[in-house]
Design a protein around this ligand. Structure first.
Ligand code: ADP
Ligand code: MG
Length: 708
């Protein structure tokens, strides 16, 4: 082959072409997850040890942690009582000697052989007049020379050493020198963002002369990863805009104005702004594809109704899809109330107006009622329909579905989103508004929802009293928690008790909830009217319990996380979450959102068993009620892995880039992706990049790709 080497070519080269890789090494590399040269080159060091910056043995100070680069001198394995073992390893660096002591790591005797170079990190101590480190962290360096030594992730199982990997990488990079590596990122982009070229980056991530050069290399390679993701998302967004025709809604409509005027409250600034953003989308020729993020209670429903009414004004229909029947029914009741009395223009009526018609469609709407709703949806007699995924089933037809609202996005997949918007008509695609009450940080939103436009409701309606959150650590505070609940009930208010989350088994969780319910009835909450709500109850039973609670026939609802989403009972002012440290931040935030919905001050107690151990998640909840702040903390604590895995398969390519640390790179990559895609919509002039997307992203992501 000729020309510069592409990543695809590297991916086609078996590792066995490398010096020193035979059958045995090849099998080890396979166990390690590396079969081809591209996989080898994109196995990045997990650390870089700077020889010149590390301590000498003679510098070690007892009681302080330090990293030393030393040679293994002598190894001894000492059996101890009860079959346990101790391995002592004498090491030194010319300035002095120190002993490493390993307890219950007998394999160290095999790993650390005489003459081996190692990096050793730990706390130095004096033991019988000599320096020693107990169970230090060891990185094998082998015979690598150079100022900075890369340390690759090690795997005991594969039996590969970090210097072997480094050696093969060097060999591979050497052999790329003659033809050179293709750098498909436009030079203008590299210049604008001051990125080093790809060859330099690959050399310097693996064999840097200085930490600064390594940092530049990492920046470039992380940018490439993010650029690929953004190219897919931006490409998908542009393709969608290009290929689908939307309805140009008339937005200077009186219906929305009348709706807003009739509300018992004024809109918040954020609601006004977001309704404007949506109106602009709706008036445009392309279908809207927008994500609405808004914390619990920020008033997303009003915004959704305004969007749907815009469609209705122009003789189209609106649909809102919720993840559960309970939620759909709640939305239905709420929306009916919001739009009561509203009249819509009716061309068939001499007087020009008829009442707006809102209907419910869930699995529970059956028989004659269902037939009627389906009929009237098809004929256009129903203006707004509220439902569950029942809405996207076959047999549900709309006269002209203009605006689709999907509530609680994280419970629906991208496919379901698409299914509903395809119900529009054969000639146009419905406008789609996705609403989520799970705030995600901006960088994550850009990466996970990068094909959507994003609106944020970042202002709560006035008059809410903030929820006071307390950590109930240990028995005494726990008692205060129960007193808090009794007190609220004595004042005519209501409370939730959330049972511990037991992820392993639904069955055990329910059993534990039943036990707690029974115990509270004769214990801490004796004399109060308790109800139990959990996921294994029938819909009818759940509904009955919810209705009783709503009608104040119950004082306290003992529940599993089934109450996480949407339950709206403004008279409930206290929540106690048991074993709160088992829940995630987002989940606790959602749960807490069930109180503080009225004008009375609310409290949320987060109980944990061990008063000594604080949980960073519980701490965060105590500290703040701002969903976006909490989302940042969550990302910080959990890392992006979980987030990305659950949401965006294409992002599995992110090896170096971090959604937390690389905010500026994400902005740059997104900007660059727009400039590349907009200048070259089918990527004909960027075939090198296109080929990499095809190579590195999953088929689902690559599928849409810049098709003509
Ligand atoms: P979300 O779905 O964002 O959690 P909702 O739309 O359910 O929030 O609104 C929560 C409550 O706030 C509802 O009772 C709603 O009527 C009320 N609300 C919405 N907007 C305003 C506003 N601008 N001023 C006062 N109350 C509002
Ligand atoms: Mg809501």
């Amino acid at each position: 082959m000729t020309g510069e080497i592409t990543l695809r070519e590297l991916a086609g080269l078996d590792v066995e072409i490398l010096k020193g890789v035979g059958e045995k090494r090849k099998a080890s590399l396979h166990d390690y997850g590396i079969d081809n040269v591209l996989e080898l080159l994109s196995t990045y060091p997990r650390r870089w040890v700077d020889r010149t910056a590390e301590a000498r043995v003679s510098d070690l100070v007892p009681g302080q942690e330090a990293l030393v680069l030393v040679e293994v001198r002598k190894v001894a394995k000492i059996p101890m009582k009860g079959g346990r073992s101790m391995v002592t390893v004498s090491v030194g660096d010319g300035s002095g000697r120190v002993t490493a002591v390993f307890f219950n790591q007998p394999w160290r005797a095999r790993q650390l052989t005489e003459g081996l170079q190692i990096a050793m990190f730990g706390k130095a101590d004096m033991y019988r007049g000599a320096l020693q480190m107990t169970n230090p962290i060891i990185d094998l360096i082998g015979d690598r020379t150079g100022r900075i030594v890369p340390i690759y992730p090690q795997s005991e199982k594969a039996g590969l050493s970090t210097w072997e990997i480094a050696g093969w990488i060097e060999n591979a990079l050497e052999r790329c020198k003659v033809r050179g590596l293709l750098d498909p990122v436009p030079i203008a982009v590299c210049e604008k963002y001051e990125l080093v070229d790809r060859t330099t980056a690959l050399w310097n991530i693996h064999m840097p002369e200085s930490i600064a050069l390594k940092n530049d290399a990492r920046r470039r390679l992380a940018f490439d990863e993010l650029l690929r993701v953004q190219l897919v998302l931006v490409g998908r967004k542009r393709a969608f805009e290009r290929d689908s025709r939307g309805i140009k809604h008339i937005v200077d409509n009186k219906l929305v104005d009348r709706f807003i005027a009739a509300l018992p409250f004024g809109l918040t600034g954020a609601q006004r702004r977001v309704i404007d953003e949506i109106s602009t989308d709706l008036a445009g020729p392309h279908p809207m594809h927008r994500l609405l993020q808004g914390d619990v209670g920020s008033g997303k429903t009003v915004v959704a109704v305004a969007a749907m009414l815009t469609a209705v004004q122009g003789q189209h229909q609106g649909a809102i899809m919720a993840p559960t029947e309970v939620l759909a029914e709640q939305h239905f009741a709420g929306i009916r109330q919001l739009v009561a009395e509203l009249q819509v223009p009716d061309p068939q009526n001499l007087f020009g107006d008829r009442p707006l018609r809102v209907e419910l469609l869930t699995g529970r709407v059956t028989g004659e009622k269902r037939r009627q709703v389906l009929n009237d949806l098809a004929s256009g007699g129903v203006d707004i329909v509220v439902g569950t995924h029942a809405l996207i089933q076959d047999g549900v037809e709309f006269n002209s579905l203009g605006v689709v609202v999907i509530d609680e996005q994280h419970r629906f997949g991208v496919e379901q989103r698409a299914a509903l918007s395809q119900k529009g008509s054969t000639t146009s695609t419905s406008d789609v508004l996705v609403m989520t009450a799970t705030p995600i940080p901006r960088t994550a939103a850009m990466t996970v929802y990068g094909d959507l436009d994003v609106s944020v409701l970042d202002e709560l309606p006035p008059g809410r009293t903030p929820i006071v959150t307390k950590w109930a650590a240990g028995p005494i505070l726990e008692q205060l928690m129960w007193v808090g609940i009794r007190d609220a009930v004595a004042h005519g208010q209501q409370a939730f008790v959330v049972c511990p989350l037991i992820e392993e088994s639904d069955k055990i969780e329910v059993a534990s909830a039943e036990t707690i319910y029974a115990e509270l009835q004769v214990g801490e909450l004796q004399g109060l009217r308790l109800g139990l709500l959990h996921g294994r109850m029938s819909s009818a039973d759940k509904e009955e319990t919810m209705n009783k609670f709503r009608d104040r026939k119950l004082d306290v609802l003992v529940a599993t996380t089934v109450i996480e989403v949407g339950v709206d009972v403004p008279n409930a002012t206290v929540m106690a979450v048991l074993d709160a440290d088992r829940f995630g931040i987002a989940q606790l935030h959602q749960l807490r959102g069930r109180v503080g919905r009225g004008s009375i001050a609310s409290q949320c107690w987060l109980q944990t068993k061990d008063p000594e151990v604080s949980s960073p998640r519980v701490d965060a909840l105590v500290e703040s009620t701002d969903g976006f702040y909490l989302a940042e903390v969550d990302l910080e604590l959990r890392g992006e892995g979980t987030l990305m895995n659950s949401m965006q398969k294409g992002a599995s390519d992110l090896k170096l880039a971090s959604l937390r640390r690389d905010r500026d790179l994400i902005d740059m990559a997104r900007e660059a992706a727009f400039s590349i895609v907009d200048a070259d919509p089918t990527m004909v002039n960027n075939s090198g990049l296109l080929d990499e997307l095809d190579l590195l992203l999953t088929p689902e992501d690559a599928e849409f790709l810049f098709k003509n």
